[in-house]
Design a protein around this ligand. Structure first.
Ligand code: SAH
Ligand code: SF4
Ligand code: F3S
Length: 432
């Protein structure tokens, strides 16, 4: 069967799509990039905010018209929204053929084959808290950057967040599996590897914790760069910071969601740290790794957030100066604690605060990028620049995009570039 797979949501979903690709291909199905030639269309969906679900449902409804032309086309939903809504999805669109949750992907090839033998839609959304897809290696897309999943699920239950409900309890993948996959992707030419999980710092497999995993991954000779996403401020230990600063391959970048700069809000969010603790970690990281880029996630308009509390977030963002911040308007998720709170912030206030955070961060990001002017950076060349054919583009160790004049033969290599300008979120440089 020819299958078209469309992915929404976070890196975990992108990674799961690579896993699903591998599972399907092992049973002789093929993935097509052309939706027009697909026998089966699969949407890998996200539930993190309502607009993520609305978008996915819009897309699914749209593609249903294909069934009018060819009644053999099957359309299915997988991922977090499939897990969250299950059979309720049939109420949103009664022509969906299958709905498969995040722990049931091994069954996909069989489910797809069976679709042609029966009329009813298929639902497989049982939670399997042990499923870690052991020994299945994802079919990594792209050429240079690979994400290697080290754990699935989340135990943190931040009060706003749906992820622990859609992805179940935290489970760590065996160390050897992870190290083998890193070796393998390195040999395939991916020199930049990111270890992936909702909360990588709480990785624990037998006696190996995250710091130790990072140490061992750093020894793998087939790769050149090592990263990890996402870190939780309550679990980012001194040991991890030490390993980061000692390990040659671990890049100078950390994504550390702050969410809010107010202690009461952080507590109601169930984040397990204070604004001061967060700021301390930032200081420690910058002391141990002076060139480190720090990126974050912030939520505007969490239930009960007063103007004063919002100002604390604003002020802390100003003080820290993140290299980049993903800012979101709070979106109530049914089933989470925060959705039940009666002091929801009006939509227009959430939006207004969000806009303020975006404007602030744009200014800071520009400044952080301008601070790079004059520096010599190592760039992993990925492609020809989208804007001009005689320029190349690639990423620095601290996860910034740089463009510079150069020959296409350099794609896939590491070069030294002197930064001469910063335009928006792109660095301009000269090869040296
Ligand atoms: N596990 C990651 C985050 C995964 S979700 C971590 O803890 O770092 C990515 C981001 O989406 C979160 O950090 C949060 O800022 C945002 N988010 C999650 N639920 C949300 C909601 N209900 N409304 C708005 N933003 C939300
Ligand atoms: Fe959601 Fe919190 Fe888990 Fe991140 S750590 S996935 S924000 S519950
Ligand atoms: Fe990721 Fe969205 Fe699921 S953010 S874990 S795909 S709810």
């Amino acid at each position: 069967m020819k299958i078209f797979l469309e992915t929404y949501g976070c890196q975990m979903n992108v990674s799961d799509s690579e896993l699903v690709t591998s599972i399907l291909e092992s049973k002789k199905h093929t993935i097509t990039q052309n939706i027009n030639e697909a026998d089966v269309i699969i949407f890998n969906t996200c539930s993190v905010r309502q607009n993520a679900e609305d978008r996915a449902i819009g897309r699914i409804n749209n593609e249903m018209s294909r069934k009018k032309q060819n009644s053999n086309i099957k359309i299915g939903v997988i991922g977090c929204m499939a897990q969250r809504l299950g059979e309720k999805l049939s109420k949103l669109n009664k022509h969906i053929d299958f709905v498969i949750g995040v722990d049931q992907y091994k069954k996909l090839p069989e489910i797809i084959e069976d679709l042609y033998e029966k009329d009813d839609a298929c639902y497989e959304i049982n939670v399997n808290e042990k499923e870690i897809y052991q020994e299945i290696y994802p079919n990594h897309q792209g050429k240079f950057n690979a994400f290697v999943t080290i754990m699935r699920g989340c135990n943190n239950f931040c009060s706003y967040c749906i992820v622990p409900y859609t992805r179940g309890r935290e489970r760590s993948r065996p160390v050897e599996d992870i190290l083998n996959e890193i070796k393998q992707v390195g040999e395939q030419g991916f020199a930049d590897v990111a270890l992936l999980g909702q909360n990588v710092n709480s990785y624990q497999y037998e006696e190996v914790n995250f710091a130790e995993l990072l140490r061992r991954a750093n020894e793998i000779s087939s790769i050149k760069r090592l990263r990890f996403v996402t870190s939780h401020p309550k679990d980012l230990s001194d040991e991890v910071i030490a390993v980061m600063s000692e390990s040659e391959k671990v890049c100078e970048h950390v994504h550390l969601a702050m969410q809010s700069g107010d202690d009461d809000i952080l507590q109601t969010m169930n984040r397990g740290y204070t604004a001061e603790h967060y700021y301390d970690i930032v200081q420690k990281l910058r002391k141990a790794i002076p060139e480190i880029a720090i990126t974050t996630d912030i939520i505007a308009g969490f239930p009960g957030e007063t103007e004063e509390q919002f100002q604390k977030t604003y002020a802390l963002m100003e003080k820290i100066e993140f290299d980049y911040a993903f800012t979101y308007k709070y979106s109530p998720r049914a089933g989470t604690k925060a959705a039940e709170f009666t002091n929801q912030v009006p939509e227009e206030v959430r939006l207004e605060r969000l806009k303020k955070l975006i404007t602030l961060q744009e200014k800071i990001t520009l400044k952080k990028y301008q601070d790079q002017i004059g520096k010599i950076k190592e760039i992993y060349v990925e492609r020809i620049s989208k804007k001009s054919p005689d320029e190349l583009a690639g990423k620095s160790r601290d996860f910034k995009i740089a463009v510079f004049k150069g020959k296409p033969e350099l794609i896939g290599t590491f070069v030294k570039v002197k930064i001469i300008d910063a335009v928006g979120w792109t660095l301009r440089g000269e090869l040296i």
